[in-house]
Design a protein around this ligand. Structure first.
Ligand code: F6P
Length: 362
């Protein structure tokens, strides 16, 4: 008998997490008469003593959860249960404590909402046993394998598109080249989709190499045709023409912290064609703000499916959105591959047909 389930969010936050938490809570209580506990700060809430959790109810999961960004449960990117940091700065395997916490709380299952890093951890926990897990994908990067969309991606694309909407009039007023740098880690989905939606003239993504001379020529052609401004969108992990990553500060969890490629491009364009150029780094605004309708719907559908899977005892799986259906796949099948932009895919074809420079494949 499933009587009590836990919900947690881990990894970088995004818009739509609270909508998923609400859907899980409402469906579990209304349809299955089940208790729901929200575990705070990912699995850390199960590891710390006293444990950190809150009861989730119909009243603390009202409609306002659909509209709010962030996660009411908190999240972490630094507290991997297998390398858990302690006060002395050392890291140790605390996964047994997480499993003990799960049993102490008398949980029958956990629904874990996370990105690719979290899925790696969840897959290890599922293999270790002692915890019934169902996962829900979230990431603005949309780089998780198997699912067409993850929670948070659509809102991030909307935010980046709106940034281009705002940059275009000022670009036109001042006859400038505007460069917008967006997140996405090693996948160019946000840049490609927002670039098409926001009318970029140049879209640079990590999956396709580019040539600075070609970009300059493209900008000059636009200018010669009578349009006095250009819009460029670049994904944060795009490298310099020489092949160097542009990083900001130190990396953690073996992951680089990208940032600054727009500044590099700005300097190159100014030096090469004396274009009046400005750059904007959009940063974490892409992860906040009201989730758009698409993310609210996706999060709600994922939440409902995840709860149904718990009651079907269909554990060790992640829900996915594929061809307008919500399905489920083994967690480990989501961690070996990476969902990057297909350079031969429909969106690249569409961008090229619009006359957008998208780089050059060798
Ligand atoms: O994975 C989501 C993401 O927002 C990436 O797009 C970005 O590179 C990274 O997280 C930023 O991480 P942090 O919030 O740790 O700076």
């Amino acid at each position: 008998m499933i009587k009590r389930i836990g919900v947690l969010t881990s990894g970088g936050d995004c818009s739509g997490l609270n909508a998923a938490i609400r859907a899980i809570t409402l469906h579990a209580i209304q349809h299955y008469d089940c208790e729901v506990f929200g575990i705070l700060k990912g699995t850390s809430g199960l590891i710390r003593r006293p444990m950190e959790y809150i009861p989730l109810t119909l009243s603390n999961c009202d409609q306002s959860m659909l509209r709010s960004a962030g996660t009411i449960l908190g999240s972490t990117t630094k507290e991997n249960p297998f390398f858990f940091p302690s006060d002395d700065g050392l890291k140790s395997d605390r996964s047994d404590d997480a499993i003990a916490g799960y049993h102490d709380l008398k949980l029958d299952a956990i629904i874990a909402i996370g990105g690719d890093g979290s899925m790696r951890i969840n897959s290890k926990l599922a293999k270790k046993g002692g915890m019934n897990l169902v996962c829900i994908p979230k990431t603005i990067d949309n780089d998780l394998a198997q699912t067409d969309f993850s929670i948070g991606y659509s809102t991030a694309v909307s935010v980046a598109t709106e940034a281009l909407d705002r940059l275009q009039p000022t670009a036109a007023s001042h006859q400038r080249v505007m460069i917008l740098e967006v997140m996405g880690r090693d996948a160019g989905h946000i840049a490609l989709s927002a670039g098409i939606a926001g009318g970029a003239d140049v879209i640079l993504i990590p999956e396709i190499p580019y040539n600075l001379e070609s970009i300059c020529q493209h900008v000059q052609n636009i200018s010669a045709s009578g349009r006095n401004f250009s819009l460029i969108i670049v994904s944060e992990a795009v490298k310099t023409q020489g092949g160097d990553s542009v990083l900001r500060g130190t990396s953690y969890n073996d992951r680089p912290r990208y940032g600054g490629i727009s500044q590099y491009l700005c300097a190159e364009l100014e030096a090469r064609i004396q274009a009046d150029t400005r750059f904007t780094v959009l940063g974490h605004v892409q992860r906040g703000g009201q989730p758009n309708a698409q993310d609210r719907i996706l999060a709600t559908a994922f939440g409902v499916k995840a709860v149904d899977m718990v009651f079907e005892k269909n554990f060790g799986k992640m829900v996915i959105w594929r061809n307008n259906q919500v399905e489920a796949v083994p967690i480990e099948s989501t961690i070996d591959t990476y969902n990057e932009v297909d350079p031969k895919g429909i969106l690249i074809k569409t961008a090229k047909a619009m006359g957008i420079y998208v780089g050059e494949l060798g």
